[in-house]
Design a protein around this ligand. Structure first.
Ligand code: FPP
Length: 232
């Protein structure tokens, strides 16, 4: 089966799950699972560019992930920082524009500096928007949006006002959300934006995810009949 360009999602959201289990099953520390997961992120970005997908959001760190041990949290932060630092040329050569969503105030300074640099340097790149959900939660996103609207002095708001003021701002809503590792839930990921997203679950643990897995998800998406509550 072939991918049909006009039927591809504009925006893919990815809930990367199973890093810990991937490692534990091999008798390895969880951090090694995250390190392998980072390689899967790189493979997936290559594949997204190859397939011509315009926007991807990775759920890299949730508002709930602060419950994990300090060592694991610091390990994830280092991976993100090193990834951003090590891929400056890649972003410019491949036309990747880095963005993020989530409040950054609780993150280590070196990570925030690297992220702000990546965002500034790549803001005009056009091939792929790489949106990193960091300290992100869908409920927190709605609160953030509504607070912005209150501060702007609005007395009455509509659905579009909330949508336009979420962290995703002008990004399209995710057409497809992929979750790995066999869990079938959305875990507070873009809950407002995901109202009509197609959901795709695979048993593959995130560190094993690759171009073939992505293609399978996209082929599956192509067959969906998106009705948005109407008749088709
Ligand atoms: C869940 O696996 C995965 C995470 C908490 C995210 C890990 C983050 C990265 C690999 C960095 C991503 C960086 C970029 C730039 C996108 P888990 O530990 O919950 O797995 P488990 O359910 O098997 O324990």
């Amino acid at each position: 089966m072939r991918l049909i360009q006009s039927k591809l999602p504009l925006h893919v959201g990815i809930i990367m799950d199973g890093n810990g289990r991937w490692a534990t099953r091999r008798g390895l520390p969880r951090q090694l699972g995250h390190r392998e997961g980072m390689k899967a992120v790189e493979r997936t970005i290559d594949a997204l560019l190859k397939f011509g997908i315009g926007v991807v959001t990775f759920f890299a760190f949730s508002t709930e992930n602060w419950k994990r041990g300090k060592e694991e949290i610091d390990g994830i932060f280092s991976l993100v920082r090193d990834y951003l630092k090590g891929n400056r040329d890649y972003f410019s050569n491949k036309g990747v524009s880095v963005r993020s969503m989530g409040a950054l105030s609780k993150f280590p300074k070196d990570l925030v500096t690297e992220l702000e640099k990546a965002k500034g340097d790549t803001k005009d790149n056009k091939n792929l928007i790489l949106n990193l959900a960091l300290n992100y939660g869908g409920r927190d996103d709605i609160v953030y949006s509504v607070n912005k609207l209150i501060k702007s002095g609005k007395k009455e708001i509509n659905e579009k006002d909330i949508l336009d003021n979420l962290y995703t701002e002008s990004l399209p809503e995710p057409d497809l959300i992929i979750r790995t590792s066999g869990e079938q839930r959305i875990s507070n990921f873009m809950i407002y934006q995901a109202a009509y997203s197609e959901l795709y679950f695979t048993k593959t643990f995130w560190p094993d995810f690759d171009e073939k897995c992505l293609k399978k998800a996209l082929l599956n998406f192509q067959k969906r009949n998106r009705r948005y509550g109407g008749i088709k």
